[in-house]
Design a protein around this ligand. Structure first.
Ligand code: ATP
Ligand code: MG
Length: 429
């Protein structure tokens, strides 16, 4: 049957000369893994985002391999490998900075007595090995379940993914609600792929998001962090944010912001979020570094600002108010998304630094340059100035002030200097 187009209920095989994937566009590391597995008598295929993206003419972010070799067998074949994962056991094979993820074919959760589910139907552990067809249908979207078989370079489609690539739509394999219940993160993945690929979310997959969004509350906060950052650092954060609102998912990610949005939000703070996300997208798309600390600082700023204004009307005393409110707001937020401390601290520092941009006299500006968070806080302030939340003139002042400084100040976080001893100021001097 190899090398011929095969159509059956379950499987379509597209031979090597009838599809667009060439070995030239697959990384050497991935090819090495595929060939070594294959030479050792195993079935080995490229699968997932790598195949999907190549078919769409997008450069894949990474390459995932699926095989019938067990994790231990894979581990034994590659010195540079280690077994990872709890929910799924996977093997990571490292080639310099490149990591190839190898997964053993697994069966669909529901069909397996070994799958552990929680009371919401969420899969807790799922390590039942299966054949390639079972492996295909336990994947999330049809377009993520295409296999490039290294044995004869054919493309295997068990779930109708090729049609959906043509239709540019994300369709879940099987019943949408069940698939979200098994793993609510798939709802966030739907939004991520829809924006990344510019695909529609097929109707039943879309409507089931509206009904099942609340299940995101049971996802472990650490996994939420990973997924949310993938969304906001995708280079399409503006669109992602709009979709999160459209699908009513924001309340499970950043509930305080969702409440603020429902409560007649001010236009310029909305513009601020938008502009900050535009800024993040521009940075991501031009290869500049971005930080989760900045994203959370942006998303929670309306809430922090509103509460700080409530407890303190005197601008001179704004810093302690922002410190205090920042702590409470962050405490609530990390119950939903566990933000590593260095990032939550960064967000709080960005907030409490904002009032200092009002001061352009004396030594204060120079000192500001030494704050590790200065660059991010400056960007944050500048975006506020763009939308009328901060005086334009001051924004420009800081831009000029920075431009006059040594480049080392902005290129890298400033080294901490010895605290400067202040000379006692004498009256009349
Ligand atoms: P990208 O790497 O571009 O983010 P991807 O589709 O490769 O996209 P990964 O998270 O790398 O996404 O996962 C690789 C593959 O594993 C997916 O294409 C999909 O087939 C499967 N997969 C990943 N996460 C899930 C999930 N939550 N449920 C079902 N299948 C999944
Ligand atoms: Mg991938």
């Amino acid at each position: 049957m190899k090398n011929e187009e095969v159509f059956s209920d379950k499987l379509t095989v597209i031979p090597r000369n009838r599809h667009s994937i060439s070995r030239k566009s697959i990384s050497d590391s991935a090819l090495k893994v595929l060939y070594r597995l294959s030479k050792s008598g195993h079935r080995a295929c490229l699968v997932g985002g790598g195949v999907r993206d190549l078919l769409l003419g997008i450069h894949p972010k990474d390459f995932d391999v699926a095989t019938d070799a067990t994790p231990e067998e894979v581990r034994a074949l590659f010195k540079n490998s280690r077994i990872i994962g709890r929910r799924f056991r996977l093997v990571h094979i490292r080639f310099g900075r490149d990591i190839i993820e190898v997964a053993t074919f697994r069966a669909h959760a529901e069909d397996s007595p070994k799958t552990e589910l929680d009371s919401n139907g969420r899969i807790l552990r799922d390590n039942t090995f299966g054949d390639i067809e079972e492996d295909a249908i336990r994947r999330d979207f049809t377009v993520n379940a295409l296999y490039y078989d290294i044995a004869d370079y054919s493309l295997l489609d068990y779930a109708g993914g090729l049609d959906d690539i043509d239709r540019r739509q994300l369709r879940l394999i099987g019943d949408a609600a069940t698939r979200y219940q098994e793993d609510p993160v798939r709802m966030l993945r739907a939004l991520r792929f829809a924006t990344k690929l510019d695909f529609d979310i097929e109707a039943s997959a879309a409507s089931a998001i509206h009904d099942n969004g609340h299940l995101l509350a049971v996802v472990p906060p650490a996994r939420m962090f990973d997924e949310v950052i993938k969304l906001f650092h995708s280079g399409r954060a503006v669109r992602v944010f709009a979709l999160l609102r459209e699908f009513s998912l924001l309340k499970y990610l950043v509930p305080a912001l969702d409440e603020w949005l429902r409560d007649d939000p001010s236009e310029n703070l909305l513009d601020f979020i938008d502009q900050a996300l535009v800024n993040t997208d521009t940075r991501v798309n031009s290869g500049k570094p971005v930080s989760p600390g900045f994203i959370f600082a942006v998303l929670l700023w309306p809430v922090v600002l509103q509460q700080a204004n409530q407890i303190q009307s005197d601008r001179q005393r704004m810093i302690p108010a922002l410190v205090q409110v920042g702590e409470t707001v962050m405490k609530r937020q990390v119950r939903h998304i566990s933000i590593p401390r260095r990032f939550s601290q960064m967000a709080r520092d960005i907030w409490s630094t904002q009032p200092r941009f009002h001061r352009t006299q004396g030594k204060q500006p120079q000192r500001m340059l030494e704050f590790p968070v200065f660059r991010a806080a400056y960007d944050f302030m500048y975006i506020q100035a763009m939308v009328g939340l901060f005086p334009h003139k001051l924004g420009r002042w800081w831009t000029d002030f920075q431009a006059d400084q040594e480049p080392s100040h902005t290129a890298e976080p400033a080294k901490r200097k010895r605290p400067r001893r202040r000379r006692p100021r004498r009256d009349g001097n």
